[in-house]
Design a protein around this ligand. Structure first.
Ligand code: 26Q
Length: 760
């Protein structure tokens, strides 16, 4: 088949596939037909590989819906849309039919998906390796202002992952299992097609699922790839996590060696054929597994270790100690006894390299530190934003940095502009294209040309209209899917990301309570405010769920109060996911990036909001630092302690929340309100009291020291927005022009230049 260019050809293909006129087709039928047409077109762009090929191994790929994106990348979107419209069908109704594959928790998984898009767009050979979870991240629903979780079955109809005949045997706890390969085509924007390789067992059985998302954790054969693990603190499923990880890396490693040998590698020269990027520590067992496989094929241990070190590189995504994976050795003894002799040998090698036992792989408590193995036995360790990398080098991983300064490097994260601009904000895309031409779609640095228009009244007026349209569209979508009414004339401030104390949704909560008191005292905000949240909490993360409860309860208090509801509304959007993000981000005025400085490795939502014309309210944390540098201090709202101050406070251990609570009447008033009569009329005492006590007695992420600075800065933003909308819009245009650096095309080009050196 030729590349389908025009409406007529598409119409003919659809009619043929559905065996009836388009008017008679259901959206489900049209969706399935288009899926197959797109797959066929993508397949044509798969190319043989020369030189090094990348394997990006990750437990998560938060790919989101694919139809529209694939159509955009294939250059077919406009024609398909026109064809549908000619027959009384709409693209957005069609999009609703597609289930979202939520095969990730948050930033790390979404980053992996953006990277695959950029690799294919830059025509670089790079595949993903992961797991085909039958249920993605749980579905969140609210009941009595509390989060409930239900399974997210995304498979069932037609989906994008093709079953293949390729299988690999994987030994788990001494028993053999058959991992089957599924492949999903990833087509770049005017670029090549790569693949996302997902492994699964044929024997998975959803009948082991019980109440909510609970399931029988004992029967590996039936449950191994049933669920994506929500990032949680629950101990019960930890063993199963190791099973999942090993299935992924063992099948992945076998596939890599097979492919490279087919392409002519004698395995001694594996580094000429393969580069492996380890996405956080979840795939770290690929290191001993590859060594094991190479030894099996007759290569001696020392050489195998050297080869693997040359092939593999590691990315660190977090400095939160509790998220750094370490496993009791007896877990690994049980699940992967074949790896333990190798891990022990690696540990012995480390002990010859340094006397510093803090970098050991197996510590004195018989705990295995995955990140330590990664740093010793890969050639590159990178952080994901400049500040994050500096913190890794100077504090968190300083012992390693002193051993291997040459291994450490920074790769500031990025986002794919195809999904986060072209797809989610077509109006803005068109405006930009009319001003500077289409070059920015593949070379994001061209956005800088928009600086020529920052004083152009006509352009600013158009930009303002687009923002309004996107807010109205979000309002329409909320009414349609969530039965919520919002006012697009108000200022939209959005905080959407995983619910975590370090991200400080509770700081936003305290601000809203403070504003409530202000209104009660007759001090109205200069503009009506809509505070929008989207966030899932890990099912076992009690305080995170209490924060959701408090926000939902406060939302009821506001709604019930005639005086307050004229000025402030809180909307907590149920089941935040990629699809919701695509609606929310283009509609945002103020982007809330308020993590405690030093704790957010990078953030990528911050980049998406900026690109779509929101101003950032943020702490000097993660990539916010680089955003501030790019746009200048007048075009961003920075507040709060610096990362140095925070790190010092932790080091001295001298932070006492209780003192702040006692000294500052505004803080006390806001916190006390959590268990007020008004709140208890809608909320549960147990949850609200627990949160209140947490804030007074612990507040591990230092909300209270930043409370006043946050209020002042945020109210400054509201005043600027209300008093000088033209200037606000001018500053959003500066943000858009300076967003080019945050394209994942730039990030991937840097990985390629410094770490991968892929063939073309
Ligand atoms: C670990 C052990 C046991 C169970 C679960 C986990 C686990 C699962 C997921 C630990 C961490 C994650 C996800 C981390 C993550 O998403 N990190 C984010 O990565 C983004 C991309 O680099 C950054 O932008 C964010 O700052 C970072 O928080």
């Amino acid at each position: 088949m030729m590349k389908m260019k025009n409406v007529k050809e598409i119409e003919a293909a659809l009619t043929k596939a559905c065996k009836k006129e388009m008017e008679q087709c259901s959206y489900e039928e049209l969706y399935t037909a288009l899926l197959h047409i797109v797959e066929e077109e993508s397949e044509k762009k798969a190319e043989p590989v020369k030189g090094r090929k990348l394997y990006y191994i990750s437990a998560e790929f938060l790919i989101g819906k694919l139809l529209s994106n694939n159509l955009i990348n294939l250059g077919m979107y406009d024609d398909v849309k026109a064809c549908l419209e000619a027959h009384g069908k709409s693209m957005s109704d069609l999009e609703e039919v597609e289930p979202e594959p939520s095969l990730g928790n948050g930033g790390l998984g979404r980053l992996a998906a953006c990277f695959l898009d950029s690799l294919a767009t830059l025509n670089l050979p790079g595949d993903g390796i992961g797991l085909r979870y039958h249920c993605g991240l749980f579905h969140q629903n609210f009941n009595n202002q509390l989060q409930n979780e239900t399974p997210d079955f995304w498979l069932g109809g037609d989906d994008w992952a093709r079953k293949t005949e390729k299988t690999y045997t994987v030994s788990l706890a001494g028993k053999d299992y058959t991992a089957r390969l599924y492949q999903l085509a990833v087509t770049g924007y005017e670029g090549r097609t790569n693949f996302l390789n997902l492994f699964d067992l044929d024997t998975i059985d959803p009948s082991v699922i019980g109440e909510g998302i609970s399931f029988d954790k004992t029967d590996i054969e039936k449950n191994l790839t049933l669920f994506l693990y929500p990032d949680d603190s629950d101990d019960a499923g930890r063993l199963l996590r190791i099973y999942q990880q090993y299935l992924m890396v063992s099948a992945g490693a076998q596939m890599i060696l097979e492919e490279c040998m087919e392409r002519g590698s004698n395995l001694h020269d594996l580094d000429q054929y393969a580069a492996i990027q380890i996405n956080d520590t979840h795939p770290s067992m690929v290191i001993p597994e590859l060594i094991r496989l190479l030894c099996e094929k007759g290569i001696d241990f020392d050489e195998a270790t050297e080869i693997v070190t040359k092939v593999c590189a590691y990315t660190n995504h977090t400095i939160l100690a509790e998220a750094l994976e370490k496993w009791p050795k007896h877990y690994l003894d049980t699940v992967v006894p074949q790896l333990m002799p190798i891990i022990e040998k690696l540990d012995a090698i480390v002990r010859t390299r340094t006397e510093d036992t803090s970098t050991a792989i197996i510590d004195g408590y018989q705990t295995v530190h995955m990140a330590h193995m990664d740093i010793h036995f890969t050639h590159s360790t990178n952080g994901v934003a400049a500040l994050h990398t500096e913190i890794l080098k100077n504090s968190e991983l300083n012992n390693f940095y002193r051993l291997y300064p040459e291994k450490f490097n920074n790769k500031t994260n990025g986002i794919t502009f195809r999904r986060w601009l072209l797809k989610c904000n077509p109006e803005l895309t068109d405006l930009i294209e009319s001003l500077i031409g289409p070059g920015f779609k593949k070379d994001a640095s061209e956005l800088e040309k928009l600086m020529d228009f920052v004083n152009d009244e006509k352009v600013l007026a158009k930009l303002e209209d687009i923002k309004y349209d996107n807010k109205a569209a979000l309002a329409g979508w909320l009414a349609h899917t969530r039965n919520v009414t919002v006012n697009p004339e108000s200022m939209f401030m959005i905080q959407s990301k995983r619910l975590h104390e370090y991200k400080r949704q509770q700081l936003n909560l305290l601000y809203l309570i403070h504003q409530y008191f202000e209104i009660k005292a007759g001090h109205m905000p200069e503009k009506p405010i809509t505070a929008i949240f989207g966030a899932k909490a890990a099912p076992a993360y009690t305080i995170a769920k209490d924060i959701i409860h408090a926000l939902l309860t406060l939302s009821r208090v506001f709604a019930d109060d005639k005086e307050v509801s004229r000025w402030m509304q809180i909307v907590f959007i149920e089941n935040y996911n990629v699809t919701a993000a695509e609606k929310m981000i283009p509609a945002c005025d103020l982007s809330e990036q308020i993590s405690l400085a030093s704790k957010e490795a990078s953030g990528t939502g911050n980049m998406k909001f900026m690109l779509n014309g929101a101003l950032t309210l943020g702490a000097m944390d993660g990539a916010n630092v680089e955003i501030a540098e790019a746009v200048g201090n007048n075009n961003i709202y920075i507040f709060g302690q610096s990362s140095d101050q925070v790190i010092r406070r932790y080091r001295n251990g001298d932070y006492c929340a209780r003192e702040w609570y006692e000294i500052d009447p505004n803080i006390r008033r806001a916190i006390d309100f959590l268990t007020s009569e008004e709140m208890l009329a809608h909320g549960k005492q147990e949850n609200l009291e627990r949160l209140k006590n947490e804030l007074i007695w612990k507040d591990w992420f230092q909300t209270l020291p930043d409370f006043n600075a946050y209020i002042v800065r945020k109210n400054q933003a509201v005043a600027d927005y209300a008093r000088n909308p033209k200037d606000w819009t001018r500053r959003t245009l500066i943000n858009i022009s300076k967003a080019g650096f945050f394209s994942s095309d730039r990030t991937i080009a840097e990985y390629n230049d410094d770490i991968w050196h892929l063939g073309k």
